[in-house]
Write a protein that binds this ligand. Sequence first.
Ligand code: SF4
Ligand code: SF3
Length: 551
Amino acid sequence: MTDKMFCYQCQETAKGSGCTVRGVCGKTDDVARLQDLLIYLLKGISFYSSKLRKLGAVSEGVDKFLLDSLFSTITNANFDRSDFVVRIEKGLKLKGEAKEMLEKAGGDRGKKVPEAAIWQADTEEEFEEKAREVGVLSTKDDDVRSLRELIIYGVKGIAAYAIHAQNLGHENEKIIEFIEKALSATTDDSLSADDLVGLVLECGKFGVETMALLDKANTSSYGSPEITKVNIGVRNNPAILISGHDLKDMEELLKQTEGSGVDVYTHGEMLPANYYPTFKKYSHFVGNYGNSWWKQKEEIESFNGPVLFTTNCIVPPKDSYKDRVYTTGVVGFPGVKHIPEAEEGKEKDFSKIITHAKKCKPPVEIEKGEIIGGFAHDTVIGLADKVVDAVKSGAVKRFFVMAGCDGRMKSREYYTEFARALPKDTIILTAGCAKYRYNKLDLGDIGGIPRVLDAGQCNDSYSLAAIALKLKEVFGLDDINKLPISYNIAWYEQKAVIVLLALLYLGIKNIHLGPTLPAFLSPNVVKVLVEKFEIAGITDVKNDLKIFLGE
Ligand code: SF4
Ligand code: SF3
C-alpha cells in the first residue's frame, strides 16, 4: 500500500521514469489514484462481461462505460476528481449487474476469479483506500508490468478512436470484445511474457481495425478530406475555438453557430476538420488559430472568445481565462463548465457557449497566411501516378513518416530541425499534432507536390498506412519495408501508443520513436521490440539523417 501516486503513461513523465507527487501534466495524486482504481474496476467488469458475451448476452451500458472510462484516463483528458468518483460508483453497479446476469445465465466463472472482479465498496473512503493498493506498481515483475501497461495504454488509444466512431453511429462489437479480453488478461498471473507479447500485437491489429472504422465513420459522414488551404489569420467577429478530435461535436457546433454572428476556429488536433467538404461549406468556419495543445495557455488568452475541449489535450487553465473554457464528452476539469451528452435523438446543446461568445471581443491576430493539408489516403492514392512518376524519375528519393504527437519538451525542437535538414528531394507524410513542429516552415514542393503532406489527426495515421500499402502494390513489392519510406515518429500520449502498435502489426520495421522511449517499457521489453521490429530511438539530426539515408 502506498500514499504516493505513480503514473508513467506519457512521454513527459517526471524524470523520464514516473510522476510520483503530482503529474507533470497537472494531474493531482488523488485523481491519479482514482484513475488507477477505475482501470482496476474495468478489469473486473471485463472479467464478467467477456464471459457473458460468449453466451451471446451483453449487460446494458457496459460497452459505452468501458470506452468512456478508458478514454477519461488518457493524458490531458480529465482532471476532475468528482467525475472519477461518479464513474467508479457507476462501474461498481455495472459490475454487480454483469455478475448477476452471468450467474442467472448459468455461465462458468472459471477456476479463478480475479480480485478486481470480487472487490466491492460503498464509500469514497473505501475507494481511496483500495486505490492505494491497485496502482501500476502493484504488479511486481518489471517485464510483466511493462507488458500489461503497454496493453492497457494501447487499449486506451483504441477506446478513444472507437468512441469517435461510435458517436457517428459506427460500431464493431469485436473491438469491445478485444478490449475486455485484453483488460481481463492483465489480471491473469498465469499468462507468460510471450502470451502478453502476443496480446500486444493483437492490440495493434485492433488498432488498425478501429482506425479503419473511424476513417469510414468520418469520411462517410463528412466526405473525404480534400486538399485545402487553411486560413491561419482572423476576422473581426466574436468567435469560438474548438479543440480535440471529435468531429461530431465539430458538426453540431458549426450548425448551431450558423447565422449567429459567431465565427468558429479550430485549435490543435481539430485543424484537420478544415479539410472535410461538409465543414468547408460553412462560411463562418474561418480556419485554424494557433498551434498544438501545449501552446493553449497563451493562445486562449489572445483568442478572447470561449474554447470548447472535445477531447484531450486540455491543460490546467489559467484563472485569467478559466471562465471561458468549456468541456464536453469525457473531458473534465474542476470548476470548468461542462456541456452534457445529448438526449437520445437530439443534438448537444451548445447554446451556452454561443451566448458566451457573443459577449467576447474578436480574436487577436497572432499569425497570417495559410497552411495546406488534406492529404488523406483517397487524395494521395488519387495522385498515385504522379507520386510513382516522381519516385521513378528520382525527383522524390524518399518519404519520411513524421506522425504522432507534439509536446512541451525542448528536445522536440529536434523535429523542426530534422524537417529543415531533410534533403529537398524528400517528402514528409504527417498526421497528429506532431505536424505543428514543421507545418509552417517554407519547405517548398516537388513538381507541385508539397513537401509536407498532412493526412489529418493522429487517427489518420491509418491513411499513412493505407498510402504505404497502396504504394507497395503499385511498385509490385513483396515487403512494405522495401518502399523508400522511413518512420520518425513522435509520441506523447496513449493514442500514439496504439498508432505505433498498429504500424508494427502492419509489419513496418525500423521505426524511430522519440523524443524519448516510453518509461513503461522495461529493458527486456525494449529488447524484444528491437529484435522483432528493429525499433530505435532518436539521436541528433545529423546522425539520424545519415542512418535514415544510409550514408
Ligand atoms: Fe505524469 Fe504523464 Fe501520468 Fe500526467 S499522464 S501523471 S505527466 S506520466
Ligand atoms: Fe496531440 Fe494531445 Fe497526441 Fe491526437 S492532441 S495527437 S498529443
